[in-house]
Design a protein around this ligand. Structure first.
Ligand code: CA
Ligand code: CA
Length: 263
């Protein structure tokens, strides 16, 4: 309504002072004040109305587009200042589009300890220290290295068995969020793939609780780490039907994981 009023005002002003002001100005003024000349045909009023309507429609449409553009550039600006960091488990390097903060080796609690910390760590190769006392000092938590436990799976995966597990901490600019999607190898619409992986966790019957972790689907191994020393252990995760819906899940099938990010 405001737009219509402004258009009419504009037309009135632009027609003022012109010699043949008679008809157009009178019609507009009549339209605005409601005192339309009786001599004026109804069809002229209708024609004017239609013209104003199409004109204001054009203005409203371009205002809408302008608003959308402003919103999009505000959003773009917001994302430009955002970054994500994630750990690529099982790989020494980050994906090519990411910057590597550091590459390290996976550590965690011992699979046999009931009081274990559940989550694995990506330990750097250049640790720093403060006050310390070498040797075991009693009441402490522990961190061990990590191994793949993959001898009962198929294909090339038994070759990884007992090898130590690397990791890389990766940094990606202009992304607002990163998330692991279990049971997926591709990302949902609007998300970008960071890395494809298998879902892994501790053995179901070990004492220590673990956490589901997305370990790269083409894992690297740490040089010189092929010895069964145990510690934090990674096993593939199989679907178990029941309360888990099958289909879509399949009894005994190993689950994947897609790590995806979004602008
Ligand atoms: Ca082992
Ligand atoms: Ca299986």
């Amino acid at each position: 309504m405001l737009a219509l009023f402004l258009v009419l005002e504009f037309l009135l002003h632009t027609t003022q002072g012109e010699p043949q002001t008679g008809s157009c100005k009178d019609i507009l003024q009549g339209y605005l004040t409601g005192q339309l000349s009786s001599a004026l045909g109804a069809y002229q009023v209708e024609a004017l109305r239609r013209e104003f309507k199409s004109f204001t429609d054009v203005i409203e449409e371009s205002m809408k587009r302008f608003k959308e553009q402003v919103n999009a550039s505000i959003q773009e600006e917001g994302v430009r200042n955002k970054n994500i960091v994630y750990i690529r488990w099982g790989k020494k390097m980050c994906p090519s589009h990411a910057k590597e903060i550091y590459s390290g080796f996976v550590g965690g609690s011992h699979y046999s300890h009931t009081g274990a910390a559940v989550d694995p760590l990506c330990l750097p190769k250049d640790p720093e220290w403060e006050v310390h006392n070498d040797g075991n000092d009693g009441a402490m938590a522990y961190v061990y290295g990590a191994e793949y436990e993959t001898n009962t799976f198929t294909n090339h995966f038994p070759l990884l068995h007992e090898h130590d597990v690397p990791c890389a901490v990766c940094f990606v600019q202009n992304r607002s969020v990163v998330k692991a999607f279990p049971a997926r190898k591709t990302c949902y619409k609007g998300w970008n793939l960071e890395y494809q992986s298998y879902l892994m966790a501790g053995y179901y019957n070990h004492s220590a609780a673990t956490t589901y972790t997305c370990v790269d689907k083409n894992p690297d191994t740490l040089h010189g780490g092929h010895a069964n020393k145990n510690g934090y252990l990674f096993y593939f995760v199989e679907a178990q039907c029941g309360s888990l819906k099958c289909p879509p899940y399949v009894q005994g099938r190993e689950l994947l994981c897609a790590v995806c990010s979004k602008k």
